[in-house]
Design a protein around this ligand. Sequence first.
Ligand code: FES
Length: 56
Amino acid sequence: MCCTCAAFLKEGLFDMEDKGLKSELQDQGYVLLCKAYPKSDLKIIANQFEAVWDQG
Ligand code: FES
């Protein structure tokens, strides 16, 4: 995973195609947009590469 699409989910629901991120990062609210399917309107903070990469 390159993680360039990493974002932080503020509101909404999504399904993730596979385990692209560590479960701890997913639990914190991070998502890989290239692997996610929205299930509602979403509010996200984009450009979270560094936050995810540093913890990955
Ligand atoms: S992980 Fe590379 S674009 Fe999403």
